[in-house]
Design a protein around this ligand. Structure first.
Ligand SMILES: *Cc1c(COP(=O)(O)O)cnc(C)c1O
Length: 222
């Protein structure tokens, strides 16, 4: 099937209120253009250099979402154009995004990444670390970042019950954080979870943003 057909199939499965981040990392501009022609406007990338090169050469109404692990020295390169940063996992990174955003005169949409999977290798705040960070209140001084919600990944496993448990944990945490710290914020409304192999479970658990790559663009060669 073509990229356009894959894309239509995924979009047809999304209920109202769930948006698609088409994860185009390691795929060439031509692949993105095909999805763009089919109407997709939100794309996700995991390397700043690659995303910036694509931003510069592709249509300017694309919304670029950074879904990779953040390195503080690379933040400044995406600040002029990035639409959302999904992987904030320390207060320090949030403060660095804010600092660069002040310089650029932009307000940057950010998601706090939460670690719920079994694998040690995945990044993110633990639920308690995230709540401790919010409890300090220091983040309220960061005028140029907008905390829009949470992002997380389930374990890479065939155990669907485990995946469901992890997504439900993320959804409960999302609601608790919303009620406790963001009850007055219209911006805090995104729960970014679900990839090619588990986005159905993620949607059932309350995802508002699914990040789907290989199901649309095919396997990556890396
Ligand atoms: C690569 C990646 C995805 C997309 O993964 P697929 O399995 O190709 O859908 C989603 N989220 C993150 C954080 C990723 O790094």
């Amino acid at each position: 099937m073509s990229i356009a057909e894959n894309l239509k199939q995924v979009l047809a499965e999304l209920p109202q209120g769930v948006r698609l981040v088409a994860v185009s990392k390691f795929h060439p501009n031509e692949a993105i253009e095909e999805a763009y022609q089919a109407g997709q406007r939100i794309f996700g990338e995991s390397k700043v250099q690659e995303m910036t090169a694509k931003y510069e050469s592709l249509p300017k109404d694309i919304e670029w979402h950074f879904i990779g692990h953040l390195q503080s020295n690379k933040i400044k390169y995406m600040i002029p154009y990035v639409a959302m940063i999904h992987g904030i996992d320390t207060y320090k990174l949030l403060a660095e995004v804010n600092k660069q955003a002040v310089k650029a005169g932009r307000i940057i949409n950010c998601l706090l990444q939460i670690h719920v999977a079994q694998e040690e290798t995945k990044f993110g705040f633990s639920p308690d670390e995230c709540k401790d960070m919010l409890n300090t209140g220091e983040w309220k001084e960061l005028t140029h970042v907008r905390i829009c919600g949470l992002m997380g990944m389930a374990s890479n496993t065939d155990n669907v019950e485990q995946i469901n448990r992890e997504f439900c944990l993320l959804d409960r945490l999302f609601k608790e954080i919303k009620t406790t710290w963001f009850a007055d914020s219209d911006a805090f409304r995104e729960l970014s979870m679900g990839m090619s192999h588990d986005y159905h479970e993620a949607i059932a658990a309350g995802s508002t943003l699914v990040r789907v790559g290989s199901k649309i663009f095919g396997e990556r060669n890396y």
